[in-house]
Design a protein around this ligand. Structure first.
Ligand code: FES
Ligand code: FES
Length: 183
């Protein structure tokens, strides 16, 4: 990494939810502040701002990270995924996970929800058959002041079942073409 000057803003550019974004950041600027204030991506929330509550969780190059503990300049050239990237069509439709949270009352005020969703999205991509214990372990790094957690676990299990069922369905495009029958 090149040496950066502390009191100067430096260009930062990375891929956010599949699109190239860029802005300026002092070396000490947090990724969470860069996303929210420089890019305008306010889906990533800030609770504790010291790595405890999980509200600011994002994916950087496929791994989970607290955006309040990462520096914006560290993400130069990286692939960043936030809650805004979960919808399959840029926000018009909810993802399976988001739908499950809505159906099973996995949120009340919704402040903690982006972090829960981003963590579960990474978990189900990497470990689609994760056990309930594993889901609980992954979510233990997230705090919610509203739900009592039971509906969140229920939503996570429901989303996982839906994702597994759709992965098991044969893709119609893969079906063998029927042979022409000539009389
Ligand atoms: S705001 Fe980052 S962990 Fe709480
Ligand atoms: S839904 Fe309110 S903090 Fe989690």
């Amino acid at each position: 990494m090149p040496r950066l000057t502390a009191d100067r803003r430096h260009p930062v550019s990375f891929t956010l939810n599949g699109k190239r974004v860029s802005g300026q950041a002092e070396p000490r600027m947090l990724l969470s502040d860069f996303l929210r204030h420089e890019i305008g991506a306010t889906g990533t929330h800030l609770g504790c701002e010291h790595g405890v509550c999980g509200a600011c969780t994002v994916q950087i190059d496929g791994g989970l990270a607290r955006a309040c503990l990462a520096l914006a300049v560290q993400t130069e050239g990286a692939e960043v995924r936030t809650v805004e990237g979960l919808s399959p069509d840029g926000g018009a439709t909810l993802s399976v996970l988001q739908n499950a949270f809505r159906e099973h009352h996995g949120l009340q005020c919704g402040f903690c929800t982006p972090g829960f969703l981003v963590t579960l999205d990474a978990l189900f991509r990497n470990e689609p058959h994760a056990s309930e214990d594993r889901i609980r372990e992954m979510l233990s790094g997230h705090l919610c002041r509203c739900t009592g957690y039971a509906p969140i676990i229920k939503a996570a299990l429901a989303a996982q079942a839906t994702l597994l069922a759709s992965a098991a369905k044969p893709d119609p495009d893969d079906a063998m073409p029927e042979e022409d029958v000539h009389a």
